[in-house]
Design a protein around this ligand. Sequence first.
Ligand code: ZN
Length: 116
Amino acid sequence: MSEEGNEIVLQLADPPNCPRCGGPGPVSAQFPHSWTNASGEQVPGIREATLYRVCDRDEPAAEGLLAFFALHKTLKPSELETFHDLSAAWVAVARARHVDQQQLADEYERSRNGEL
Ligand SMILES: [Zn+2]
């Protein structure tokens, strides 16, 4: 699950707790996340998301992956393809959510500066 400059790292063993509420999740993901700073420069960074049944409820991609973890305590080779598809869908949602938060922060900053 990687492309040039687009590395996604899943952590299944002892993942960090949910960054939103501190709850324990079955898996976390690290993915590249760059933003533009005040000088207009691209700043590369890494973001992290943890799958957690409370914070990720009502999210179809997250619920699909949560259901997989509820059914499968261990990851068998025959289930890797399903796991790959479910986790890729969840990571895509988690990445989009971070972008939204960055946009909100940008708009808040601009409104404070009287630009909106
Ligand atoms: Zn949470």
